[in-house]
Design a protein around this ligand. Structure first.
Ligand code: NAD
Length: 379
């Protein structure tokens, strides 16, 4: 059994899908592991650390992928990488498949079994494999750190002999995993924090972190959570009421962190140009949904956009800005899942295709796109 870990080829991707800790565990399961030279550098892992853990260092992606039965990646394989992966290999990564139907089909055509980690069901057994949570948690933290960096004032209230500095007012929009960590981080820095969400369950979670919850709490709000725990897209009428509520609140905020997402859809627009115009000079927004089209009008992917005297941080790959922490958690998520695909006594791959976790995550298999969300679109 061989595992290949190429260096991530996408620009801006600093993470790596294995760490010395997970390499050791894979070797104990009976795998050989080949890691491409330099794969861990941006995550502060040296080739020597991988070697010490028992991996071999491959000189190129081609070498790392050749003969691999399992390929571990952060991002979906590129066409060039796909060309080096053998038919039937398992490729485990975040596949980001929405809007990438051609790339998903290419993985099917290449005959690889593509596993999309972001489709892992959010059930207790799979918590340890939940890459969305492990990465969103870090993104929420880092969003506040980046905002603090760009904000020209202090976050905590400071009473000094020279006068009092007021606490920063931080508003977090979307209180899922990233939002809750943003709330906790902003609170630790001493900010006065408010938050909103469309799911009623978020209210108690926000309040338990010591922040104030504000939302349009109508009948639609009471029904806004899907069985899977995600938000539903809200009606035009609800969004109008939400915009009115947000408009009056946002004018008083110093920092806004937006994290609102709806699976498989563009991010809802929550902050309009008109709202930005009412904000105080020097206010900072961080749009964590920028990769999905953004929650804030005028956010620019990969950049800090200036709208009047307000800054909108639109950094891509926020977890990648904490590459060492992000890789460590991501690699553990992957190990926890991959371990379930192995017959430990026989030391061989033994995928149970009927396992709910496998069924939920397999995108392509045996030359075809098999995931219900994508296979249907093909026909
Ligand atoms: P997400 O990244 O899909 O979305 C972020 C947040 O944005 C969500 O809280 C969502 O409700 C909110 N949102 C969507 N549209 C909005 C709008 N128009 N206005 C304001 N907010 C809006 O969410 P997530 O962080 O992945 O969490 C989704 C759910 O999964 C939550 O219920 C979370 O508690 C749950 N969860 C469960 C587990 C588990 O049980 N293993 C693990 C992690 C998360």
């Amino acid at each position: 059994m061989k595992i290949g870990v190429p260096r991530e080829s996408e620009a801006n991707e600093t993470r790596v899908a294995a760490t010395p800790e997970t390499v050791k565990k894979f070797i104990a399961l009976g795998f050989e592991v080949a890691v491409e030279k330099g794969a861990g550098t941006a995550s502060r892992i040296l080739d020597a650390d991988f070697t010490e853990a028992g991996a071999t260092i491959a000189a190129s992606a081609e070498q790392a992928l050749a003969d691999a039965d399992v390929v571990l990646k952060v991002r979906r394989p590129s066409a060039a990488e796909l060309a080096h992966i053998r038919k039937g290999a398992l490729v485990i990564a975040t596949m980001d498949p929405y809007g990438a139907e051609a790339e998903v089909k290419a993985m099917g055509d290449a005959g690889v079994t593509a596993i999309a980690m972001e489709f892992m069901p959010r059930i207790t057994r799979a918590q340890v494999m939940d890459v969305l949570s492990s990465q969103a948690n870090l993104a929420g933290y880092q969003a506040v750190i980046e905002a603090a960096e760009e904000y020209d004032r202090a976050f905590p209230m400071m009473m000094t002999a020279a006068g009092t500095v007021p606490a920063a007012r931080v508003f977090v929009m979307g209180a899922g995993v990233a939002g809750l960590q943003a709330i906790a981080t902003a609170r630790r820095l001493g900010a006065q924090v408010t938050a909103t969400d469309v799911r009623p369950a978020a209210k108690e979670q926000v309040e338990s972190l010591g922040a104030k919850f504000i939302a349009v709490e109508d009948e639609e709000f009471r029904q806004a959570e899907t069985a899977g725990g995600y938000a539903k897209p809200m009606s035009e009428e609800y969004q109008k009421k939400q915009r009115e509520l947000v408009a009056s609140h946002i004018a008083k905020q110093d920092v806004v962190i937006t994290t609102a997402l709806i699976p498989g859809r563009p991010a809802p627009k929550l902050v309009t140009s008109e709202m930005l115009a009412t904000m105080k000079p020097g206010s900072v927004l961080v749009d964590l949904a920028v990769e999905r089209g953004g929650n804030v009008e005028g956010a620019k992917p990969g950049k800090i956009a200036k709208v009047g005297d307000v800054k909108i941080i639109g950094y891509l790959n926020m977890p990648g800005r904490l590459a060492a922490s992000a890789s460590s958690l991501y690699a553990k998520n992957l190990y926890a899942f991959a371990e379930t695909l192995v017959d430990k006594a026989e030391k061989k791959l033994a995928v149970n295709w009927d396992d709910d976790l496998v069924k939920a995550t397999v995108l392509t298999r045996d030359g075809a796109v098999v995931h219900p969300a994508f296979a249907a679109e093909k026909q």
